[in-house]
Ligand binder design. Structure first.
Ligand SMILES: Nc1ncnc2c1ncn2[C@@H]1O[C@H](COP(=O)(O)OP(=O)(O)OP(=O)(O)O)[C@@H](O)[C@H]1O
Ligand SMILES: [Mn+2]
Length: 536
């Protein structure tokens, strides 16, 4: 409708004809009503929605019981739980687990630890017996030839080397350990060979000591300007035992109870031999079984390293300290910082011994950068730290776009969170198992650095992807419940020593009170999970 022409009043103001004013009043009423409805809508509906969206963009995928996803199947590397047969309980009921024996025995008697691996097809085993025996025979023969030549040369050069014979033992525990490795785990739950191997690593005669392959690859060189991997810290050695078993020795660099100094970056942190030992046991308790067996041992640096090494470079880094202790340092360190040497007392030095995996020549492994790798510089940031949707990218990438690899990386992050390891730059898989292979949890020496700090960012794969294997969640829930029960028992028994609880520290195994409510509770990610109590 065309508007009527406006007329000017004597006061010079514009005014409208009466009919026009009436219409305007209607319109005003209409506009007022619409505005009121819109404001109410804005205030009560749109604004809360926008606020929720805003919160989500800050924490785009904070897992909660509502949005956590449990895969329908256990995945390739963890066969469906229903496909596995559960062994009967010791008490025969199959429901309540036995309450006698050690805490560990009780835990392992729970049905979750009785799930049997399906019958293994030959291609699901890492090695065939014939192949490994052939390799072993060749190695022993080569060693004997080498020793003959070496003794002759040593006699000429006046070098004294303790000569130890290698024993060919087809029943050696390390062979059985290697033969037991399959596409599900490094060893089976109640394989008696593992405790036997642990015992033997602690007591067997050491027949040779050498640098490890990765140290050798450095050829004694190091770039002292590099903060990444100051290899000088890594005074590790490969020790060979009388049955040709091999173990990686990481010496004690500091007192067992010493923590990471406040101002240390994780990548210059010390390597803790006891972290390697504890990590092996925790990995076993979590039922991952991806850490090779690790034992503690007091090594005689003179008798079990210096006098048995055939490596001149290694021999040359030994010295006697002013306090008359036998010490050695990494070749590279000599160039960089000599104070990194380690010393015995006067010869004895505690350390960890990690059972070697099969040689790369018969069981090659692939080293893969961890998608959630940290920046190994003082200021750098990796994509996962700035992109809250990083997991969506990872999910598109091979090998995370199918199979179980991503779930296994999430398992690894849970393991790393519990041991507080921020140094998982790469992970290795056995090449034979391809994308179905599980990631090995090697190198845990930078774990357990700070007992009173939970580094939540280690859980980023879990919190960004919001997915977890149901078997992992169930075990975490069980461990959490067992811990609470154990705490109660301690409280209930008069006179029993009560371990001090630190209210600021969540139990590494605590997943919050909701954890016992049901498998889909998703409590592992509840923000309050970090507020519980734990032992030192
Ligand atoms: N038990 C083992 N059996 C066979 N190889 C092993 C074992 N443990 C470690 N390795 C190999 O030796 C390499 C170095 O070991 P490890 O990572 O424990 O030492 P590191 O000094 O911390 O090395 P890095 O600086 O690469 O982190 C590993 O990447 C792995 O390939
Ligand atoms: Mn390392």
């Amino acid at each position: 409708m065309p508007l009527a022409p406006r007329s000017r009043t004597s006061s010079g103001r514009f005014c409208f004809p009466l009919s026009m004013t009436m219409m305007r009043r209607d319109r005003f009423f209409l506009v007022f009503t619409l505005a009121a409805v819109f404001s109410a809508d804005l205030y009560f509906i749109l604004l809360p929605k926008l606020q929720r969206m805003g919160q989500r963009s800050v924490r785009p995928c904070s897992c909660s019981p509502d949005n956590i996803t449990l895969p329908q199947h256990g995945g390739v590397a963890t066969p469906q739980l229903s496909n596995w047969t559960s062994a009967q309980q010791r008490d025969g009921t199959g429901s309540e687990h036995a309450v006698t024996g050690s805490k560990l025995e009780n835990l392992f008697s729970h049905p979750l630890y009785s799930i049997q691996t399906p019958e293994l097809a030959p291609e699901e085993r890492l090695l065939a017996t014939g192949q490994l025996m052939e390799y072993y025979k060749k190695k022993v023969a080569r060693w004997e030839r080498h020793m003959k030549l070496y003794s002759e040369a040593a006699a000429v050069s006046n070098i004294t080397v303790s000569e130890h014979k290698v024993t060919y033992d087809p029943d050696a525990s390390w062979l059985k350990f290697h033969l037991g490795i399959n596409r599900y785990a490094l060893y089976s739950r109640d394989d008696p060979v593992i405790p036997q191997l642990l015992r033997e690593m602690q007591s067997m005669t050491v027949i040779s000591a050498d640098y490890t392959q990765d140290e050798k690859a450095l050829k004694g060189e190091c770039d002292c300007t590099q903060v990444v991997k100051p290899s000088g810290h890594h005074l590790k050695l490969a020790l060979k035992m009388e049955t040709y078993a091999k173990a990686m020795f990481k010496p004690m660099r500091q007192q067992r109870h010493e923590e990471t100094p406040e101002d240390f970056f994780y990548f210059i942190d010390f390597q803790r031999h006891n972290a390697e030992i504890a990590a092996f046991h925790l990995d076993r308790i979590l039922d991952f079984r991806r850490v090779p067996p690790v034992a503690g041992r007091v090594v005689n640096l003179t008798g079990e390293v210096l006098q048995v090494t055939h490596n001149e470079d290694l021999r040359s880094v030994f010295f006697t300290s002013p306090a008359n202790n036998t010490c050695f340092f990494s070749k590279c360190l000599y160039v960089c910082k000599t104070e990194y040497a380690v010393c015995g007392n006067p010869d004895l030095l505690e350390g960890s011994l990690s059972a070697y995996l099969p040689s790369l020549s018969i069981a090659p492994r692939t080293s893969i950068p961890n998608p959630w790798i940290r920046s190994y510089t003082f200021t750098g940031r990796e994509e996962w730290e700035v992109n809250p949707f990083f997991c969506d990218t990872v999910k598109q990438m091979y090998p995370y776009n199918s199979g179980n690899r991503l779930l296994n990386i999430i398992d690894m992050s849970i393991f790393d969170f519990l041991i507080s390891n921020m140094d998982r730059h790469h992970y290795e898989v056995f090449s034979k198992f391809g994308e179905e292979g599980f990631p090995l949890h090697l190198d845990n020496a930078r774990g357990f650095g700070k007992h009173s700090k939970d580094e939540i960012s280690i859980l980023s794969p879990l919190s960004q992807c919001c997915i977890i294997k149901s078997s992992t969640l169930l075990r975490l829930q069980l461990l959490s419940a067992s811990w609470v029960q154990a705490e109660r028992r301690h409280e209930g028994v008069p006179g029993e020593r009560r371990l001090t609880a630190n209210p600021h520290r969540a139990s590494p195994l605590s997943v919050g009170p909701q954890a016992t409510e049901g498998p889909a509770g998703g409590a592992a990610l509840h923000p309050e999970a970090g507020q519980g109590q734990s032992r030192h």
